[in-house]
Every structure is written in C-alpha cells, then in structure tokens.
Design a protein around this ligand. Structure first.
Ligand SMILES: NC(=O)c1ccc[n+]([C@@H]2O[C@H](COP(=O)([O-])OP(=O)(O)OC[C@H]3O[C@@H](n4cnc5c(N)ncnc54)[C@H](O)[C@@H]3O)[C@@H](O)[C@H]2O)c1
Ligand SMILES: [Zn+2]
Length: 378
C-alpha cells in the first residue's frame, strides 16, 4: 500500500445521530501530504475551498496544502488571520464571510480550517453560519486542537467579555490530523495541549471509551518519550472525546460537561489574568489540581490519587502553580460569572474515587471553594 493511499490511514468514525452526520477522523503521520486524496474521498472535486489559516501556520504549511488541493481540481482561496485569541471575533468572522462571498462559495463548497483552536473555532463558526452552513473540514495543527477543539463540533467567537460568547454546535465533515506537524509547534504550546491530554486520563473511565489499558496508566508509562507515541495518544484522546460527544452532542444530559473537569477554575484563572498570561491548557492543569484538592476536601477522592496526578504533571513538565497575587474572592466571583454557572450555583466536575472517574457536584459551599483557592502549596 503506497503511503499516499488514503486507505493507509483508516479513520475512526465519530457517531453523531442521525447516522448520516457521523464523520471520520484520520490520524496518521504524513496525513497533511495525503489531504487531497482524503478530501476527494469524502467531498469530491470540483469544489471551491476557502482555507482559513493564521499567519504562522500559513507560512509553514499554507502553500503545500493549497498546491496539493489545486492539483486535484479544487479551486482554492486562502484567508489568513493574525495569530492568537484576538482573532476570534465577530469582525474576523465578517472578514471571512466577505472572503467567502468574493470567492463565490456556495452551500456545497468547503471551508477548511488549517491551524490551531483559534482558527478552528473561528472558521467553524463561519462555516456554521455562512449561508446557514458550508461543509467544514478541520485540519488541526496544535496538540490542543488535535486532541480537543477540532473534534466535537463546538464553534464560536468571543463576544465582549464573554469567551466563546457567540457560537454553535456544528460538526465538521471530516477531521484530518497529522501528528508530524507538531514538530514545528513551540514547546509551550505542546505543554498546553498536554494539559487537555491529562484531563482525558482523569475522565476516561466514566464513559464507554475505556476499552484497553487505562489512558492515565499509558501516559504514566510513556511520559518520558511521548514523542514516539503521539499518534496513539491523539487517537485515544479523540476516542474518549468522541464517546462523550456521541452521547451528549449539545451538552443536554450533563455527560459532555465531564470534559470541563478543571475548567471552572481554569476559566477564572484565565479571566483574572485578562487572557494574556496563561494559555488555556496551562490554566486547565492548574484547574485540575484545584478540582482534585476540592474533591479531596469533600472526601470524594484520596490524596494518593492527587499525588499520582501531580507526579505525572511534573514528569511532563507542566506547571501547576497559578500566577501569584490572584485574590480568591475575585476568582470566585469570576467562577460565578462563567457562562456555565446558573442560578448562583456552580456545577463542579470533580474526580471521584480513583483516577479516571468523575462526578458532578453543584452544592459546594462558597467557603469550601474559597479555602481551596487559598490553598496554594502542593
Ligand atoms: N471548540 C472546542 O471544543 C475548544 C476546545 C478547547 C479549546 N478551544 C479554543 O481553542 C483556542 C486555543 O487553541 P490553540 O491552543 O490551538 O491555540 P492557537 O490556535 O492560538 O495556536 C497557538 C499558536 O501556535 C501556532 N501554530 C499552530 N500550529 C502550529 C504548528 N504546527 N507549528 C508552529 N506553530 C503553530 C499558531 O500560529 C498560534 O500562534 C482557544 O480559543 C480555545 O477557546 C476550543
Ligand atoms: Zn479546555
């Protein structure tokens, strides 16, 4: 089988009801150079493709993707946004709508997101809304986007002070992941992605994806040479997310909320530092430690398991210390303002009994949360 044969990369399918909406996730080193055959297999040319990417990703991978798709008959337009969270706005979306209009895209054409979570969320939002829906293809290039944001259909832009304030659930037609692109990703971004990876280890057993050795055990065993196992690691994360999303696509039953482990704290850390100091995944690591400590205080989770979590994070080189000087009361106020809080109660997802299981709790007292936020030595 040639390395350019699309079948060389057999995807797994993420099941979204009704069945026609299931979509494949291709994960294999070298997939970026197989993008054309993979796309042809699902959304055959001729079609117009608007590639949305950011400046850095375009400079490394933009031409390669464009040329490859043109060669097999797609008509390509590229729209480049500045790097970073500041691009996830309605004006950026409007610029993409204009590019789509100028390129003459119709509802059977493709919006292809080539980049990290910022590009994926923004382009996905445009795909969901332009003409009430274009075909969306996710080609995630950060670890965070490969294990998390490109899968599951949450798309959004930030609005005023509300992160992801305007958005939709809109599933892509396919996700194409090439772990090799991580070789150009800065170390700090890799570590931020690892924060979400560890999260999957903490929630995996709660849902059906627990099929082989525990993912947390796998991470503990592989922690020193993760580079060798990225394809498998990404696949396991996507499978865990897919199992949860298949069961609760639009966060109705509460199952999808399990993915928010550590995020209530993390969002407060991010907001308290004006979204400028911490990468999302970095805040998630700190938030997961707080979730472990809160679970311990509520007698839901043994200290020995928190220590296992700490040890793995330290081996992976993940920072667990929130920035100094953050006031517990300010953080608590921000936690109440989080869009997932309702009726003055916060729904915490907490580790439960042993690593891999979580439980939801919405009756944690103010004092209990404050005492965890004040407790800053591990
Ligand atoms: N939709 C979801 O379910 C979901 C889940 C988690 C996070 N998110 C969102 O994802 C966003 C963060 O995404 P992110 O962490 O991927 O950050 P990002 O998209 O800002 O990318 C980080 C940086 O890495 C660069 N980059 C990307 N790929 C590269 C590569 N292969 N080589 C070199 N440089 C590369 C980018 O240019 C950028 O400068 C946030 O807006 C967050 O809200 C969404
Ligand atoms: Zn997250």
């Amino acid at each position: 089988m040639s390395s350019l044969d699309p079948l060389a990369s057999s995807p797994f399918w993420i099941k979204i009801a009704p069945q026609e909406r299931a979509y494949p996730i291709y994960i294999q080193p070298g997939n970026l150079s197989r993008l054309a055959p993979l796309l042809l297999g699902r959304l055959p040319a001729p079609k117009k493709v608007l590639i949305v990417t950011d400046k850095t990703v375009h400079s490394i991978y933009g031409e390669q993707v464009k040329n490859q798709l043109e060669e097999v008959g797609y008509t390509i337009t590229t729209h480049i946004i500045p790097d970073g969270e500041a691009s996830k706005t309605l004006p950026s979306a409007e610029a993409i709508y204009s590019a789509a209009l100028d390129a003459g895209l119709g509802r059977k054409d493709i919006l292809l997101a080539l980049g990290g979570g910022v590009v994926g969320d923004l382009a996905g939002f445009c795909a969901a809304t332009f003409y009430r829906g274009l075909f969306l293809v996710q080609v995630p290039t950060t670890l965070l986007a490969q294990v998390d944001s490109s899968v599951g259909g949450k798309v959004a832009v930030n609005f005023k002070t509300v992160k992801n304030g305007v958005g939709a659930f809109y599933q892509p037609q396919m996700v194409v992941i090439d772990p090799r692109v991580l070789s150009t990703l800065p170390e700090r971004q890799i570590k931020a992605g690892l924060g979400e990876v560890v999260k999957y280890g903490l929630i995996e057993k709660t849902r059906g994806a627990y099929i082989r050795e525990s993912f947390f055990d796998f991470l503990e065993i592989q922690a020193d040479n993760l580079l060798d196992v990225y394809p498998l690691l990404i696949e396991r994360c996507c499978q865990i997310k897919a199992a949860i999303v298949s069961e609760d696509e639009t966060e109705q039953s509460g199952i999808r909320a399990y993915l928010n482990l550590g995020h209530t704290f993390a969002h407060a850390y991010e907001a308290a530092t004006d979204y400028t100091q911490l990468l999302h995944g970095e805040a998630v690591v700190m938030g997961m430690l707080k979730a472990c400590q809160l679970a311990e205080a509520l007698h839901l989770f043994p200290n020995s398991e928190t220590r296992r979590f700490l040890k793995l994070c330290k081996t992976l080189g993940l920072n667990l210390e929130p920035p100094e000087g953050l006031e517990p009361n300010t953080l608590l106020t921000l936690m109440h303002q989080d869009k997932k809080a309702s009726n003055n109660t916060i729904n915490f997802i907490l580790p439960h009994q042993e690593i891999g299981y979580v439980v939801a709790r919405n009756n944690v007292t103010r004092d209990q949360v404050l005492s965890i936020l004040s407790f800053d030595k591990n």
